[in-house]
Design a binder for this molecule. Structure first.
Ligand SMILES: C[S@@+](CC[C@H](N)C(=O)[O-])C[C@H]1O[C@@H](n2cnc3c(N)ncnc32)[C@H](O)[C@@H]1O
Length: 322
């Protein structure tokens, strides 16, 4: 298999490489392997090794060729990125494809860099069976991780009306969340939700086609909300950030690419907490902060023109100082 197996174009590629430069001899974790673009870039620029995680088995299978190409320099692990400390401590229970050895062996407990490129890959979006896109009719699934139990259809058919409204409002910032939840609960009594088309039809009941939509279709918000809920994405991210930061060596960097305001706010808040000095009861600095936040980086116009998926991307970095 080759990179032709993926249609995913890595976002903020040069900026990520620069964030970790110089790469010579560094040990890195790519917590979101996806189509393997960033992992490949890190290896080609001299990283000593990359431990690449994805909670989707399909991503590991798609990137198996990296193991053939880079041998012991790359370890592919099926795991969620909030388990980076456990993966680094080993033994790795969920390992699926490695470098051919039986087990990863003694991986370093601390690394020079960790990358999290949040969300889903274009490969997952294009997979009709995942039900991530309102452009295709497929099962209303939305599970990114192979281990996630409940599908989007399960949530649509089982959550209470107020819970559904909260999902639409909190994770999708959907202004008509309450009315949408009310219609959903009424609809599912007769016709349980099963397909992406069923969900799209619900959105159209609230925003009829004649509504005159100028911006992104509201279905994008509703699909995002359900995907975040199905995969518990925010909770995983909030657990992962401090855990990952503490896996860095002094001088090491954590780089996170977010795509939605919701994720971006969570990343900024977590980084701010990590960058705060510890104060005593008198408000004096007891322990100076061990981390420093870098400036946020956004894609160039040229990148957005080449890859519109990059338009909402924001890269934030955190460096370990002590
Ligand atoms: C935007 S893609 C990464 C693309 C990758 N950087 C590249 O260059 O091809 C996000 C990937 O992260 C994975 N992912 C999302 N949340 C995850 C989590 N909590 N743990 C592990 N993998 C996750 C998804 O399955 C998806 O493959």
């Amino acid at each position: 298999m080759t990179d032709a197996m993926t249609v995913h174009v890595p976002v903020l590629f040069d900026e990520v490489m620069t964030a970790f430069a110089p790469l010579q001899g560094k040990r890195l974790v790519d917590g979101t392997l996806g189509g393997g673009g960033h992992t490949r870039g890190l290896l080609e620029r001299g990283a000593a090794d990359v431990i690449a995680l994805d909670w989707d088995s399909a991503a590991l299978v798609r990137c198996a060729h990296l193991v053939e190409e880079f041998g012991e320099k790359v370890h592919l692990v099926r795991a969620a990125y909030d388990t980076i400390p456990e993966v680094l401590a080993g033994p790795v229970l969920e390992k699926e494809i490695s470098n051919g050895k039986n087990g990863i062996g003694a991986l370093p407990a601390k690394v020079d860099g960790i990358l999290l490129d949040l969300g889903f890959s274009s490969d997952q979006l294009d997979d009709v069976e995942r039900g991530l896109s309102y452009h295709h009719d497929g099962p209303l699934d939305m599970r990114l991780g192979t281990h996630v139990k409940k599908t989007a259809a399960d949530l649509m058919n089982s959550l209470r009306e107020d819970e559904l409204a909260d999902v639409f409002y909190v994770y999708g910032e959907e202004p008509k969340s309450r009315v949408m939840a009310r219609i959903a609960v009424k609809t599912r009594k007769e016709n349980p939700f099963a397909t992406t088309k069923d969900l799209f039809k619900l959105v159209e009941q609230v925003y009829p086609p004649k509504f005159g939509l100028k911006r992104a279709h509201p279905a994008a918000r509703v699909f995002q909300a359900l995907r975040v809920a199905v995969n518990d994405e925010l909770a995983v991210l909030e657990r992962a950030l401090p855990a990952a930061a503490h896996c860095l060596k002094v001088g090491g960097k954590l780089a996170v690419i977010s795509f939605q305001p919701l994720e971006e706010r969570a990343v900024k808040a977590a980084f701010r907490r990590l960058c705060a000095d510890e104060l005593d009861v008198m408000g004096r600095v007891k322990t100076p902060a061990k981390f420093k936040m870098g400036k946020k980086v956004v894609p160039t116009e040229a990148e957005i023109a080449r890859n519109p998926r990059a338009r909402s991307a924001i890269l934030r970095t955190l460096e370990r100082l002590g």
